[in-house]
Design a protein around this ligand. Structure first.
Ligand code: EPU
Length: 434
């Protein structure tokens, strides 16, 4: 199994580039199910979850070309024949976002059979709201043998109120509603930029969607969609992770190719902590080597502080003067990284959904275990400032969502290397046709 070996202490200097957003690319790939014509997506990140989605679509009968190059990370997906509108347990268990195919499959094929995802390292994460939403649009749902099956000759538009704000639930239902008969009004929707990006793509494909990016989305159903070309938005969580890396290491880092409008809550919180940043339309410069002060933080749905940045923020809190209380409001078990950080010398106490972090603690290198994607990112950040050489095990978690993280960080001065290699090197990556 791959490990990352990181020697801490180097300030990060120079420019680091942000890849396309994994969480925007995954629903965009699922959206290709909605048309017989090719959908071309650019700025696709070279991460494991994209490869899993390629396999998922290919198993259904889609043609997927995926090519990575210096200039263009692009996929062309053609779902002319979807002989098998199913998602197997083998794939869903490795990536919960596989459930994103449920809505588009039932809308396009009249039937979808998806393995239920089961438990997860960060919380229960049920998909009951996806199912309820589809039922409101007229789908008949059955569940047995660990699978959910949805059937509908043609979905019908309806009013759907989400009980809880759900990102992939909003996206799943949006993809179902675009081919439904009549109008769908979705209330209490997720407002994440990834939802708005999906709606942009769907509208390019001929859908009629208004209000994506707000809590009320209106969809006028159409009978058919066509192919389109779309560029995926930059990854706001990868950008935020690099910004915190710059702040922590006392560097001078230019995080390029991002959209600061997508992470204003983070920039505002960093300002409270004392981190100096300056931003333009597509880059953030972070100037470190300043004293850091503690600041409490609560995770919220967008536009609040993202749960996907909570673990990384916790590392910053360990290096700030004073006590920071971090409250996790989205997932019930998203503090797995805390105990690993404690093993590196952090002073963190977990009290239910709150983590009380007492700074500033000198961190020292240790052998640590990654437990999920963002927890792994926090361990990388801690290792960048720890005294000595940290070894992070189970880095397949980080490969699910960060493109070539060790190459990118090495490029700005980090001492980081991988033992073993599971992802193909960028230059050697062949175009894949499935
Ligand atoms: N929830 C339900 N029922 C549902 C759906 C959600 O109770 O049917 C609950 C969840 O258990 C959770 C809350 O609602 O407590 C919010 O979950 P949400 O559905 O919004 O999460 P998600 O759509 O499964 C996406 C991202 C996650 C990110 C969350 C929250 C993708 C592919 N995944 O997950 O990203 O943490 O939204 O912002 O978009 C990551 O990238 O590391 C990651 C985990």
């Amino acid at each position: 199994m791959d490990k990352l070996v990181i020697r801490g202490g180097n300030p990060l200097l120079g420019t680091i580039r942000v890849s396309g957003a994994k969480n925007a690319a995954l629903p965009a790939m699922a959206a290709a199910i909605l048309t017989e014509e090719p959908v071309i997506l650019e700025n696709i990140p070279q991460v494991r979850d994209i490869e899993t989605t390629r396999k998922l679509l290919a198993e259904m009968g889609a043609e997927v070309e995926l090519g990575y190059g210096r200039a263009q990370h692009r996929t062309t997906i053609c779902c002319r024949d979807l002989a098998s509108p199913e998602a197997s347990y083998e794939l869903v268990k490795t990536m919960r976002a596989s459930t994103l195919v449920l809505g588009p499959l039932v809308a396009r094929c009249g039937r979808a059979r998806i393995s239920l995802p089961g438990g997860c390292a960060i919380g229960a994460r049920p998909i009951d709201l996806h199912i309820k939403g589809l039922q409101r649009l007229g789908a008949v749902i059955t569940q047995e043998h660990g699978f959910v099956e949805a059937r509908a000759d043609r979905l019908r538009g309806a009013e759907v109120v989400f009980d809880t704000i759900t990102v992939t639930g909003t996206e799943d239902l949006l993809m179902a509603a675009v081919l439904a008969e009549g109008e769908t009004i979705m209330l209490n929707c997720a407002r994440e930029p990834e939802v708005a990006d999906l709606a942009d793509l769907l509208n390019k494909m001929g859908a009629h969607i208004e209000g994506a990016g707000t809590s009320t989305i209106r969809v006028k159903g159409v009978s058919k969609l066509h192919g389109a070309k779309h560029r995926i938005i930059p990854d706001r969580i990868e950008a935020g992770t690099f910004i915190i890396a710059g702040a922590l290491t006392g560097g001078d880092l230019n995080v390029a190719g991002c959209d600061p409008r997508h992470f204003m809550a983070l920039l505002q919180k960093l300002g409270e902590v004392g981190v100096k940043t300056a931003y333009t339309a597509d880059a953030v410069r972070v100037m470190g080597d300043v004293p850091l002060n503690s600041a409490d933080m609560n995770t919220e749905e967008y536009p609040g502080f993202p749960t996907d940045m909570q673990a990384q923020y916790m590392v910053l809190a360990t290096q700030a003067q004073g006590t920071s209380v971090i409250t996790e409001n989205i997932f019930e078990n998203r503090f797995m990284h805390a105990q690993e950080l404690v093993r590196m010398g952090a002073n963190i106490k977990i009290e239910g959904s709150r983590a009380v972090v007492r700074g500033r603690s000198p961190l020292s290198a240790a052998a640590v275990l990654a437990s999920d994607l963002r927890a792994s990112a926090s361990l990388v950040l801690a290792a960048l400032v720890a005294d000595g050489e940290t070894i992070i095990d189970r880095v397949y978690h980080i490969d699910r969502g960060y493109e070539h993280i060790e190459e990118k960080l090495r490029g700005v001065g980090a001492q980081i290397r991988r033992i073993g290699e599971i992802l193909p090197k960028r230059a050697a990556a062949p175009a894949v046709r499935a």
